[in-house]
Ligand binder design. Structure first.
Ligand SMILES: [Zn+2]
Ligand SMILES: [Zn+2]
Length: 328
């Protein structure tokens, strides 16, 4: 199979021809049709996350068709599945035992600890795969698998906030704004200064106000979700918050957070992060997505252009989600 491989963080991916992987017990082999590009992939490639498997095939928003099933894996060959970031958990640690497998002590993540979907085939543990909802093409379903469902987890942790701020209007925010509007929330979208395409997309998807991330919204926010990996946005978002509001940091990596006066946190404002996903989050979001219905706006790249997709993402030039397409 053809694959895009990371040999050393900080270097571009290199195209390689690898033997087709074989599924072990409980695993499946997926013929990859599409794999969306996540900012986490960029953090891994740039060496901002410690200890990836090397060499590594990145990619954890995989949609494909099952073509080989390992012993005991309960999925029909020929079915279309999605493979998310959470690739395996031990099921035994105190976090798994308390419904928090997203925090599993021994979790393995797709495209980080195990090879992912920047390839023509990928191996996945059948128990962690999801069926793809009807009405989505592989390319349009792929961004649901991380941008969508981890964004959804962040939205849930924002509580019942009516006035919701989204800082960084990329892959995740463009999906979550649709869910938030469907739930009857009001959305205020913050983009990079001058990102007119991102701002237009935010408006067209139901944001009632859009501005640059340094701007104050016209009224205080009950919650804010920070999708951009920029620590300086934490005090900015806290400053925009109503009493008792919450700031949720949704990324796996962020630059350092500058110091800020305690008064920004005072009056029961809450600052928290979101880590990974549980299978329950995935199930819930993928059932919800076609009801809204959540539409994904994608920029397509052939698999061979994975580096170009990462370069454009790093430069903030992707509107919506970047998706790698693997031609049959
Ligand atoms: Zn565990
Ligand atoms: Zn991701």
């Amino acid at each position: 199979m053809r694959a895009q491989v990371l040999h050393l963080p900080g270097e571009p991916l290199r195209e390689a021809s690898l033997p087709d992987p074989e599924p072990g017990p409980g695993q499946l082999r997926v013929r990859v049709e599409a794999c969306a590009v996540c900012r986490t992939d960029l953090h891994i490639v740039d060496g901002e996350l410690p200890d990836p498997k090397l060499p590594l095939v990145p990619g954890h928003q995989i949609v494909g068709v099952v073509d080989e099933v390992g012993e005991g894996a309960e999925v029909e060959p020929g079915s279309r599945v999605g493979v998310p970031w959470l690739g395996w958990t031990d099921g035994e640690c105190r976090f798994c035992q308390s419904g928090r497998e997203n925090l599993c002590d021994n979790a393995r993540f797709t495209g980080f600890h195990v090879d992912g979907g920047y390839a023509e085939a990928a191996i996945a543990d059948a128990r962690f795969c999801f069926p793809i909802p009807d009405g989505y093409t592989p390319v349009h379903a792929a961004p649901l698998l991380c941008a969508g469902l981890i964004g959804y987890r962040a939205l849930r942790l924002a509580g019942d906030a009516t006035r919701l701020g989204l800082y960084g209007f990329g892959s995740s925010a463009h999906l979550i704004v649709q869910v938030a509007r469907w739930q009857g929330r009001r959305v205020f979208a913050f983009t990079r200064e001058g990102d007119t395409e991102g701002q237009e997309l935010a408006r067209s998807l139901g944001a009632e106000w859009v501005g640059a991330s340094g701007e104050q919204p016209p009224e205080p926010l009950d919650a804010a979700i920070i999708f951009a990996p920029v620590g300086a946005l934490v005090p900015v978002a806290l400053r925009a918050l109503e009493k008792g509001g919450v700031v949720v940091c949704a990324g796996i990596h962020m630059t350092d957070i500058p110091t800020f006066p305690y008064e920004l946190l005072w009056e029961e404002r809450v600052l928290r992060s979101v880590a990974n996903l549980t299978r329950e989050d995935g199930k819930e979001f993928l059932e919800l997505a076609p009801q809204v219905p959540v539409e994904t706006h994608v920029e397509r790249f052939p698999l061979a252009q994975a580096n170009e997709a990462l370069v454009r993402l790093r430069a903030g030039k992707i509107t919506g989600s970047a998706v790698l397409e693997t031609a049959g």
